[in-house]
Write a protein that binds this ligand. Structure first.
Ligand code: C2E
Ligand code: MG
Ligand code: MG
Ligand code: MG
Length: 288
């Protein structure tokens, strides 16, 4: 009957809810061990000039090589690390690995491009992103400008003074600041200006809308003209096909990132991109 059906539903919901909390607790405990045992790897995704296809940078994306679950993506552990404060250690670990990789590529004489590192609000609030970055680049003998910092609009909910101080320090070191997932959260023109953001990374939800009607194009057009007025560059995230790329080129978008150019790859597989004067779009658009 309806009644028992309902009860069954609630019991099922409870169980699912409970299982999720259980998994979260387990993952939290495992993350502590994973940090000790160095179970993380960094994959790198190219960001290119929208017209020439020249490599402008790589984004560092962390993956967890879990002993039984296989390769775990950040969506399944970064929020848990953020909730527990482990994100401070995780963030420092990512910075260290990225700097070590950059130093190695340099030693091999490969073409150097900056690597952007994602930072959570908690790393600004409870840590000091500029100090963590300064320490790691110094340890690996790198110029700080080889690192870029990506932050999201959620940073607005933080202690503003502390965030501004760190952003000022980052800029003083020559580190550029990218606003990630733009358009999904809360931002106003004045805040973007105050944060002194160098690059706007438009969320892939907007890119996905590009081919489906005029709305996506209108939104992009508005974002691009606003960014130009504020002297920021615009990156379209999640570019997956040539149609999207063509529209973005027509709209005057500066840079693109997405599966059309390349998926995020292990360090060994991005090496062949680290040569000057090659277009990563030529191959991608010809292959489609
Ligand atoms: P994000 O910074 O916005 O990174 C872009 C995400 O989109 C990545 O997912 C990337 O693999 C994916 N992506 C790139 N191109 C395409 C495309 O063409 N189509 C589609 N559908 N997806 C694409 P990933 O690696 O799973 O990372 C998810 C999020 O986890 C990142 O979003 C970032 O917010 C967070 N994250 C990753 N690494 C770190 C880290 O080291 N620290 C912190 N705090 N967060 C991180
Ligand atoms: Mg990012
Ligand atoms: Mg400081
Ligand atoms: Mg993003």
């Amino acid at each position: 009957t309806v009644k028992s059906g309902n009860r069954g539903h609630y019991r099922f919901f409870d169980q699912e809810f409970y299982a999720r909390i259980q998994l979260r607790r387990e993952t939290e405990a495992e993350l502590v061990l994973a940090l000790e045992q160095d179970q993380f790897v960094i994959h790198y995704q190219p960001r290119v000039d929208a017209r020439s296809g020249t490599l402008l940078g790589l984004e560092a994306l962390v993956r967890w090589q879990h002993p039984t679950r296989g390769l775990v993506y950040p969506g399944d552990f970064v929020p848990i690390a953020e909730g527990s404060g482990l994100i401070l250690q995780l963030g420092a670990m990512v910075m260290d690995k990225v700097c070590a990789q950059l130093a190695q590529w340099r030693e091999e004489g490969l073409h150097a491009v900056p690597v952007s590192v994602n930072a959570s609000a908690r790393q600004f609030n409870e840590g000091s992103v500029d100090d963590v970055l300064a320490m790691h680049v110094r340890r690996h003998g790198l110029p700080p400008s080889l690192i870029e910092i990506e932050l999201t609009e959620s940073i607005m909910l933080s202690n503003a003074g502390q965030v501004f101080d760190q952003l000022t320090a980052l800029h003083a070191m020559g580190v550029s600041v990218h606003l990630d997932d733009f358009g999904t959260g809360y931002s106003s023109l004045s805040i973007l200006h105050k944060l002194d953001v160098d690059v706007l990374k438009v969320d892939r939800a907007f890119t996905a809308q590009l081919g489906t009607g005029r709305e996506g194009q209108i939104l992009f057009k508005a974002i691009i003209s606003m960014a130009k007025a504020l002297d920021m560059r615009v990156v379209a995230e999640g570019v997956e096909d040539v149609e999207q790329l063509t529209l973005l080129q027509q709209l005057g978008c500066d840079e693109v990132q997405g599966y059309l150019v390349s998926r995020p790859l292990p360090a060994a597989e991005v090496r062949h991109f680290l040569r000057p004067g090659i277009s990563l779009l030529a191959a991608a658009t010809a292959a489609e």
